[in-house]
Design a protein around this ligand. Sequence first.
Ligand code: ADP
Length: 471
Amino acid sequence: MLKSLKGRLVVLFTAFLLFPLLLFIIVFNVRVESLFEGYASAQQDQRIQQVVSQVTDLFQTERGVVSLTGLETIGNAALQNGMVLHVTALEYEIDWDISTHRSEECQLMLQHREKNMHSRYPNFEGGYEQRSVDLTYNGLVIGEIVIGYYGPYTFDDGELTLINSLNKIFVILAVTFLALAVIFGVALAVNLAKPMTTASTLAKRISHGDYGAKINERYSLKETQALINAINDMSETLQTKEQQKRRLTADVAHELRTPLSNLQGHIEAVIDGVWEPTLELMESCHEEICRLTQIVNLLLELDKYEDGRVELQCEQFKVTDFFESLESSFKLAAQEKGIKLKTELDHEDALCLADQSRLKQCMVNLISNALRYTSPGGSVTVSYQDQASAYIYSVSDTGIGIAPEDLSQIFERFYRADRSRTTHTGGVGIGLTITKAIVEMHGGIITVDSKRNQGTIFTISLPRNTIAPYD
Ligand code: ADP
């Protein structure tokens, strides 16, 4: 069975807090008990010693002619302190035993002491004990003092009350600490469990399709906040992916609809006998099919890049050679259109580390766009700059430019600034999206700057330190 975090934390917290406390109480109690035991034994010895010296003094002061009243006084006082006094000095005709005079009180006192000890220690092994000491007078042993008591040691009422009170204090302390431990444990558990519950509720919402749902509360615990941040990020990513998926479906449907309905119209016209299946008509159908194939191929390619399924093969190459191959690819097209194609390099020996063939794909996209949107008589310039932290490529033209409201969307899939013209020129609106994906795979950025009817400049910046050579 799964246990709740709250329950487990309370138990753990209580156990961690109580264990040292109980240990302390046990050790302290044992120590106090042994101290009390020592104290009680010492007290017993002291009292016996006191009685002995009182009896000896009595013989000394009364010069051997001891009155029984004196012995009685000492015996009664000793009885109050838990002792049964018996004094024998046969030479002086003394054999005084308090238990013969006050037998009942002696019994009661011994029973009381026994009860005291058993109330504290139910298994206390005690019994009646006696200690005999020589009675001396003028340096001579004249008899014997025998003191009986409940031993080996006993507590009187005062001592018993004290030790019981101490024990009660320990019990109260333990209960108080237990209550505090439970309160703190619950508070801590609630504190820790709450974000977990919130996180799991959010995760459940996300799993039910509520992408973009977030927790805005801030938590003071670093780990908790990291968990919440991770779930928030995941939710945001899923939302973006979902939006991309929806947009892609809509875009693709939109893009495929025109060539498909053209094809459908042409073929239906032939079937209905409205049009003859002439070569011209077939060419028109072929053109539409080629466009459909081009869209599908570009989409598949873009998907590979966006999905991260393409591995870059970065190598070092000479930028002059790279530019020469670009120039030879576009020389003819530029000449035919009457556009001047120029290359600019800040130094001839420049070396660049990148995936050359994919970078070429980017440059081909940019240069063909520049040629496409520049009128005869204009110019297209391809340039390279070697910077300390980046390789900078740019393609600028003196063409029609891009309207400011289109600039921010120019890298979006299927986005064409002038739809009617670009459809005519054969543009699909995926070239720049692919270019941006390739640049970003290198860890770089692509920017655009344009002025209507003056020209456009695209700049690719590839960071030097994040590109690793392919092996
Ligand atoms: P396309 O295949 O339509 O050229 P791109 O993604 O390469 O698709 O470009 C998207 C749109 O950006 C183009 O349709 C065009 O409107 C605009 N564009 C791109 N490059 C230039 C440029 N050099 N000058 C003016 N407009 C441009």
